[in-house]
Design a protein around this ligand. Structure first.
Ligand code: SF4
Length: 76
């Protein structure tokens, strides 16, 4: 069973590193004009996992390791 990544919305600093490294899995909330029903605090875009199985775990782990706030984790 593959692991499911998640982003801690509280600590995401909206740097977009994960989105650039692994766009198949992460994207900035609020892009594409599509709302996911979350509250938009201060209008800041934060990273969300929109396709948990969109990339190999190794690629997701690279984004994880590169996140400056270390807020991407495996939800299992
Ligand atoms: S790399 Fe981390 S801090 Fe940067 S946007 Fe992604 S989850 Fe947020």
């Amino acid at each position: 069973m593959s692991r499911i990544p998640a982003v801690d919305q509280e600590c995401c600093i909206s740097c977009e590193v994960c989105v650039h490294l692994c766009p198949e899995v992460f994207r900035m909330e609020g892009e594409d004009g599509h709302s996911h029903g979350h509250d938009h605090d201060h209008g800041a875009h934060k990273s969300i996992v929109y396709n948990p199985t969109g990339a190999p775990e190794s690629k997701i782990e690279l984004a994880m390791d590169s996140c400056p706030a270390a807020c991407i984790y495996w939800r299992d």
